[in-house]
Design a protein around this ligand. Structure first.
Ligand code: PEP
Length: 250
């Protein structure tokens, strides 16, 4: 069975509820009845309600950009998977490189967050990827193997059924530099191999692996036509309705 592509918007720390409504007012008509791929918008937490209301009745799903692994408790500032489900979020980004770089996210917290999201029925989009120094030192494969191994720790194929991976070479995020379709494809094969080791060949064959890192309307088509690339995680270019719609319709 062919893997349905997933095109996800990561708005990072941009837009308030009013701007979220404005985005959807412009975006929805542009992608009306465009059902080829799955589309998800991940705004900041305070915009989730506005996004969910705006997307109601459309094919667009709404996700969060992070999650905490406990269900509730004295964890000031955190949001749990149970809370995301309660407001009708269906997806969540886990382990984005900006969380790893600025907020102390580790391979182990990624694993805890991933397990929590899966237990609550969310679709986790787990980000992995090497930084420039690692690529230049020839460590890309080692880094990705370690990130996958640790993220998949203590999970079964059954529990991980909804897992989505996003390969995001950190040197390509927000820099205008994109991995070539071939570079991305090579890493996607490696990730699929790690998933096969952890969960079996059948699981790996169905696993969706997105590419992220300066995806734009101009390069989306070349990237999406690679057999190994099952969609995109889009930052900067997802903030503008026209540009995100152009990517969705690559
Ligand atoms: C991202 O935030 O995941 C991302 C890929 O950003 P950009 O598209 O801006 O490089």
């Amino acid at each position: 069975m062919a893997r349905k592509k997933l095109i996800a918007a990561n708005w990072k720390m941009y837009k308030n509820p009013t701007q979220t409504e404005e985005f959807f007012r412009a975006f929805l008509p542009l992608v009306f009845e465009h059902n080829r791929d799955e589309i998800v918008v991940c705004p900041p937490y305070v915009d989730l309600q506005a996004a969910l209301e705006s997307a109601k009745g459309s094919q667009i799903a709404v996700g969060a950009q992070d999650v905490y692994w406990k269900d509730e408790g004295a964890f000031t500032g955190e949001i749990s998977s149970a809370m995301l489900v309660a407001v009708a979020c269906t997806h969540v980004i886990v382990g984005h490189s900006e969380r790893r770089q600025y907020f102390g996210e580790t391979d182990d917290t990624v694993n805890l967050k991933l397990k929590s999201a899966l237990e609550h029925g969310l679709t986790p989009i787990v980000c992995v990827g090497e930084v420039l120094e690692e690529r230049e030192a020839g460590l890309t494969e080692d880094v990705l193997r370690r990130q996958c191994l640790r993220a998949f720790n203590a999970l079964s194929a059954k529990k991980a059924a909804k897992l989505v991976i996003a390969y995001e070479p950190v040197w390509a995020i927000g820099t205008g530099k994109t991995a070539t379709p071939q570079m991305a494809s090579d890493v996607h094969q490696l990730i699929r191999g790690e998933a096969a080791k952890a969960f079996g060949e059948e699981f790996a064959a169905q696993l969706r692996i997105l590419y992220g890192g300066s995806v734009k309307p101009e390069n989306a088509s070349a990237l999406m036509s690679e057999e190994e690339i099952d969609g995109a995680l889009v930052g900067g270019a997802s903030l503008d309705a026209k540009s995100f719609a152009a990517i969705v319709k690559y």
